[in-house]
Design a protein around this ligand. Structure first.
Ligand code: PEP
Ligand code: MN
Length: 352
């Protein structure tokens, strides 16, 4: 349930409510709005006597949250969650573009692609140092060496880094290098990993499992949020269906559905959702038209030599064209591609 405090509630009254929430074995999640504070009281579903809160000074009313996910739900926060990713805001008006190779393969490859995606207008660099591969004999990623390369790419380009973490023990290490921790589709229900990512307090992008429902994705996000880590991004990356003409089926419905059910930013990954570079731009346009707050796209300067997912990676020129088309779609629906301090240098003395 949510305990809505009166606009004139004092700090002491808020603290007293939090204490009572915790005395009941519930967790208190504070949300300080411009007008009033809302206290989310979250338990394990056991019945709680609500009247004990209603009589406390400063309490206005109590609103139950009907969904199984609580902090992730629109009921918890009617306003969109917006937060900065080192120079660019996600969840707001601007569409954020995260781009880069599937895997970090070498220093030269990563720096070259990082520079290319930056020039084309990307706001953040993606690239896996730890790769979840279907075959144990496929390239598994460079590990910490890959993280070091990503850190160098950030230094050179200024782009924040999004990179996957596959096990809870590695979260502290990856969090030292990454600006955003990526939870991959195969790990969406790795609860120990979700707990560790929540504890890290780093922004987290949770990718939808290939056979996960929208509700299961939101429950995965809830794990991260339950640690007080509010900077969570939801990612639709295609689901497995009977259709075999593409690697996955883009669940475009998930974009407006997630936006309706949750206040969290929603991004779409057209690379994994199609598995074929030829369809990536069309689905990127569709994602933005459907209301996505961002895109996560695989780009490679030499896709034919890529160690993973070359067939779905755009070459930089095609990626630049995708950005142009996505910008046109964003403008057509009253949005735009996000402004970033890295991609759009602010001129001294220029009008805002
Ligand atoms: C990736 O982003 O490279 C990746 C492995 O994605 P997913 O977890 O969606 O398959
Ligand atoms: Mn990939």
């Amino acid at each position: 349930m949510m305990i809505i405090m009166r606009a004139d509630a004092t700090q002491e009254e808020i603290s007293a409510v939090v204490e009572r929430v915790e005395a009941n074995g519930l967790r208190a999640h504070l949300s300080r709005g411009e007008e009033r504070t809302i206290i989310g009281a979250i338990g394990d579903g056991r019945p709680i006597n609500r009247d004990q809160f209603l009589i406390l000074p400063g309490v206005d009313r109590i609103v139950p949250i009907s969904r199984p996910y609580k902090i992730a739900s629109r009921e918890f926060s009617p306003h969109n969650t917006v937060f900065p990713l080192d120079g660019v805001e996600i969840g707001g008006e601007g569409v954020v573009i995260i781009a880069g190779p599937c895997s970090v393969e070498s220093r030269e490859q990563t720096l070259e692609i990082a520079q290319a995606v930056k020039e084309a207008g990307a706001h953040a660099l993606r690239g896996g140092a730890y790769k979840p591969r279907t075959s144990p004999y496929s390239f598994q990623g460079l590990g910490e060496k890959g993280l070091e390369i990503l850190a160098e790419a950030r230094e050179v380009t200024g782009l924040p880094i999004v990179t996957e973490v596959m096990s809870p023990e590695l979260v502290p290490l990856v969090a030292r290098y990454a600006d955003v921790l990526q939870i991959g589709a195969r790990n969406m229900q790795n609860y120990a990993l979700l707990h560790a990512a929540g504890e890290s307090m780093r922004p987290v992008v949770v990718k939808r499992g290939m056979s996960a429902t929208v509700e299961e994705l939101l429950m995965a996000a809830e794990y991260v949020l339950s640690h007080g880590n509010r900077r969570v991004i939801l990612c639709e990356r295609g689901i497995r269906t009977f259709e075999t003409s593409t690697r996955n089926t883009t669940d475009i419905n998930a974009v407006p559905v997630l936006k309706a059910l949750s206040h969290l930013p929603v991004v779409l990954d057209p690379s994994h959702s199609t598995g074929n570079w030829e369809y990536v731009t069309a689905i990127a346009r569709a994602a933005v038209a459907a209301g996505a707050d961002g895109l996560m796209v695989e780009v490679h300067t030499h896709p034919d030599q890529a160690l993973s997912d070359g067939g779905q990676s755009l070459k930089p020129e095609r990626f630049a064209e995708m950005v142009r088309q996505v910008r046109a779609i964003a403008r057509a629906i009253g949005r735009d591609v996000a402004r970033s301090q890295h991609t759009q240098p602010v001129l001294q003395g220029a009008a805002p």
